[in-house]
Ligand binder design. Sequence first.
Ligand code: AMP
Ligand code: ZN
Length: 136
Amino acid sequence: MKIDNCIFCKIANGEIPAKTLHEDELFRVILDLNPATKGHALILPKDHASNLFDLPEKTAAAVLVLAKRLAADMSEKLGCDGLNLVQNNGEAAGQTVSHFHLHMIPRYVNDGQTLSWTPGKASQEELEEVRKTLTE
Ligand code: AMP
Ligand code: ZN
């Protein structure tokens, strides 16, 4: 189901034009308007889900299969040297459009982009505490 006032619902369902790379029953794949690199694409489910927390499992499973197929196309047709999948959930994680989307960012040697974080430090005890929190 789509919701009012959601730009990606409108794009995914063809109400607002976008550069479409692929469309099927579940998804529309478009080029990002502000590409990090040549070929930067977004996989949009047609049904609204705000983010991964809301995404039905069927859609979650299908999205990676589709990403794998598109990755092969990007590699072959764009000649990219690598590829990042990026998927932000919630404002704290940098999500700016509240409709699930998976970024596919083809990477090229010396493309000048960085997708990185600062590695932290954790003791074995701290890691164990987190492991317990998540598993018990
Ligand atoms: P995020 O920060 O993960 O929520 O990413 C939102 C992405 O959507 C950004 O990379 C934007 O450039 C892209 N974007 C926003 N509006 C549009 C649009 N109308 N068409 C294509 N891409 C869009
Ligand atoms: Zn939506």
